[in-house]
Write a protein that binds this ligand. Structure first.
Ligand SMILES: CC/C=C\C/C=C\C/C=C\C/C=C/C(=O)SCCNC(=O)CCNC(=O)[C@H](O)C(C)(C)COP(=O)(O)OP(=O)(O)OC[C@H]1O[C@@H](n2cnc3c(N)ncnc32)[C@H](O)[C@@H]1OP(=O)(O)O
Ligand SMILES: Cc1cc2nc3c(=O)[nH]c(=O)nc-3n(C[C@H](O)[C@H](O)[C@H](O)COP(=O)(O)OP(=O)(O)OC[C@H]3O[C@@H](n4cnc5c(N)ncnc54)[C@H](O)[C@@H]3O)c2cc1C
Length: 642
């Protein structure tokens, strides 16, 4: 199963080998539990481990393999981030995709050797979503052949970029490019921020940390202002766009090609989310098979809480989602790598499809991951609320994904644009022009669903039902939009008035894609036992997801009440079937105790003794009487007693 999750036997084996090596290197372990550290201590601890990793990486992993590097980071540095999180996730991808060969030769080796630390600085205090209204300018000075970066007012300060505040000395900065008073829109520039020897900010640069956040606090998300700060013309990233010495602008082959670093993260973050969801579920499910509370049969001893159907219903559909996201994520990364290769050689024809797909997936996956993690926390009762479970930290980090790389509602609306264009093709009889991801929009469906009507139909009737509801909602929302325009509403106003319905279409389309990716994977599996276990999970997935969106299929009578009863029964049937495999389905992800950082989720199940040990190690327990008591509470009580 680990081979299915991680992509191959070899990958799963390598992960095990890497974990085993890390277990033997105490210098790479947390020196004390992270929840007992201050933010400053955590940042120091992370930098300490990162430095050792840089020295010893070659002994542990193949540093050229991104999957191994990702695993190493997760184990050693953890999900709260590290001083170079954005360096790997966005800075290097931005240079790789947008810098010319010459620029790459100059900067990439230095970045890969970690001579410099970089980030991606785009969002500003006043604008994040609406890139056209960013305020930072890069004005070309023909006389010196330099760009002058400037922050015209406080809202133009770069705000949020990870590791910008304290760690990075370089950044890819997105600024509006102005040449001879003409604004060419947002473009990426390579900018040195700090002196390489002293790490002091360079003259003309104002920079710092934006303060503590809900989670992800090892990352120093930062602010950055420029005061007429000059960089050479050749620091504009010039793979696709060029500015010649005389100010001549050569436009890129696609208007949004400079957005590729965002698409990169949107594609890669899906498996990251699956891992966070599976981690939280691993903790909750292991704990649920240790925790005994109450009886089902009063004549029997207390049961493990995992025996309760409500507990299974809370956890198991999310286990299915974690697998589904991992499989859909793997497909998306493959597509991304293909499109990136094509893009580098000038073929931009697949960019719109990839943008639409990743926009929808990013939104649905992060939202459902957040839901699943929060349910996992609640499933642990009181101990879930303790940082000893570590679930609240996983939750805080995961839901950051609902916001970064494009706020979820906004990204769903991006997919909706693509769906509405596709609907227009269907309506004008041009279904043959639909791309493979939306071809179902042009296919006539049966009048009613055949779920529970055809024996041995596998998952086909489920997929058809998802297709039906997605198609119906897309065409309905598109009709609403076109109808408003026909009535004379301006395009943008009509769009806003339909946007809730449009986003519903985007979610349904994306959920269909996730179901199909899961089905595709199960169909590929040869090992009969693995196929069986995943088929059970897939049954739970399709039935649970369909129940969740049943109103769409009921309102036009595509599903009947009796079919809904069947679907509900199937959910209960598969909860029971999955119960014996539940812990194994999560243990198959092979997270080590070091990586999970959870007292509740310990592999050995020795929870109570270790919770007590953990509590005793709280800094508050260093002394029996705190100074808050001697200074304030004791005098207050004494005064009250007089
Ligand atoms: C390994 C990774 C794992 C885990 C990650 C862990 C940690 C990382 C943590 C945090 C990192 C976070 C980083 C950031 O957040 S960086 C900042 C991200 N910011 C955003 O995402 C901003 C969102 N906004 C946008 O993307 C755009 O503003 C928006 C697309 C909403 C609109 O852009 P614009 O105003 O320029 O477009 P329009 O003029 O409206 O035209 C839209 C038109 O363009 C098409 N389009 C848009 N984007 C793309 C694209 N990327 N590729 C292709 N096409 C694109 C769009 O579809 C429209 O087309 P059409 O409908 O034909 O007009
Ligand atoms: C943990 C974290 C890490 C980050 N890292 C980076 C980084 O490394 N580099 C970087 O540059 N940025 C980074 N960001 C910033 C991030 O990309 C932005 O916060 C994000 O893109 C959302 O933009 P915003 O904050 O402007 O939200 P806003 O756009 O102000 O959103 C506020 C509300 O308005 C709604 N809204 C906005 N526009 C529309 C619209 N057109 N239609 C409908 N509704 C709309 C949204 O849906 C939302 O409900 C990070 C953010 C976080 C939380």
């Amino acid at each position: 199963m680990a081979a299915q999750i991680w992509g191959s036997e070899k990958r799963a084996r390598r992960r095990r080998e890497i974990s085993a090596k890390i277990a033997q290197m105490p210098e790479l372990h947390d020196s004390k539990p992270l929840p007992f550290m201050t933010r400053e201590e955590k940042i120091m601890e992370s930098a300490r481990k990162l430095t050792i990793l840089t020295e010893k990486m070659g002994q542990i992993i193949d540093p050229t393999d991104p999957a191994e590097l990702y695993h190493l980071n997760n184990e050693v540095l953890g999900l709260e981030g590290n001083p170079m999180a954005l360096h790997g996730v966005m800075f290097i991808p931005a240079l790789s995709a947008q810098a010319s060969d010459e620029q790459q030769a100059k900067w990439l080796p230095r970045a890969l050797r970690r001579e410099i630390i970089g980030t991606y600085a785009q969002t500003e205090l006043g604008h994040g979503t609406n890139l056209q209204n960013l305020e930072t300018t890069a004005t070309y000075d023909l006389a010196t052949q330099e760009f002058v970066l400037h922050t015209p007012q406080i809202t133009a300060l770069k705000w949020w970029p990870g590791n910008l505040g304290k760690s990075s000395n370089y950044a890819v900065v997105v600024a509006h490019m102005i040449i001879k008073a003409k604004n060419y829109g947002p473009h990426p520039f390579m900018v040195q921020l700090r002196d390489e020897k002293t790490h002091e900010p360079l003259p003309g640069i104002t920079i710092g940390d934006i303060g503590p956040k809900m989670a992800y606090n090892i990352v120093d998300n930062g602010f950055l202002g420029f005061n007429k700060y000059r960089i050479p013309r050749t620091n504009l990233l010039m793979r696709h766009t060029k500015v010649e010495a005389d100010g001549t602008y050569i436009k890129p082959p696609h208007a949004k090609i400079n957005y590729s670093a965002m698409v990169h993260v949107r594609a890669y973050m899906l498996t990251g989310q699956a891992i966070m969801l599976a981690s939280a579920l691993n903790i909750a499910t292991r704990y649920s098979s240790v925790r005994r509370q109450g009886q089902i049969d009063k004549s029997q001893p207390e049961v493990k809480v995992l025996e309760y159907q409500t507990q299974q219903h809370r956890l198991f559909p999310s286990i299915a989602r974690a697998y589904a996201f991992q499989f859909a994520g793997a497909e998306t990364v493959k597509l991304y790598e293909h499109v990136l290769k094509e893009m580098k050689s000038g073929n931009v024809s697949l960019m719109a499809d990839l943008h639409a797909l990743t926009s929808g997936l990013k939104s649905v996956v992060t939202y459902q991951t957040g839901e699943g993690i929060e349910q996992a926390r609640m499933a642990c009762g009181g101990h879930g609320y303790s940082m000893a479970s570590y679930i609240s930290e996983i939750y805080g980090v995961a839901i950051g994904g609902c916001t970064y790389e494009g706020e979820n509602m906004v990204m769903l609306l991006q997919l909706a644009r693509y769906l509405v264009k596709s609907a227009a093709l269907v309506k004008s009889g041009q279904s043959s022009k639909l791309g493979p991801l939306v071809a179902y929009l042009g296919v006539k469906s049966e009048p009613t669903s055949l779920i529970d009507r055809i024996p041995n139909s596998g998952f086909t009737e489920y997929v058809k039902t998802f297709q039906h509801v997605s198609k119906r909602q897309t065409l309905k929302a598109a009709d609403m939009f076109f109808g408003l325009m026909e009535k004379g509403e301006k395009r943008e106003i009509a769009w806003n008035k339909c946007s809730v319905e449009l986003n519903r279409a985007s979610r349904l389309h994306t959920r269909l894609f996730i179901v199909e990716a899961f089905v595709r994977r199960v169909n590929e599996i040869a090992d009969i036992r693995i196929k069986e276990a995943l088929t059970d999970l897939l049954h739970l997935h399709v039935n649970y997801e369909l129940l969740d969106i049943a109103s769409y299929a009921l309102e036009d009578g595509f599903l009947s009440a009796s079919q809904l009863d069947y679907i509900r029964d199937q959910v209960y049937l598969y909860l029971g079937k999955i119960r014996p495999n539940a812990v194994s389905l999560l243990d198959s992800w092979e997270f080590s105790d070091i990586e999970l950082r959870s007292v509740l989720g310990r592999r050995d199940g020795n929870v109570y003794e270790n919770l007590f040990k953990w509590a005793k190690s709280s800094p508050l327990n260093k002394t029996d009487v705190l100074s808050s008591v001697t200074q304030y509470l004791k005098p207050m009580m004494e005064k009250a007693r007089l």
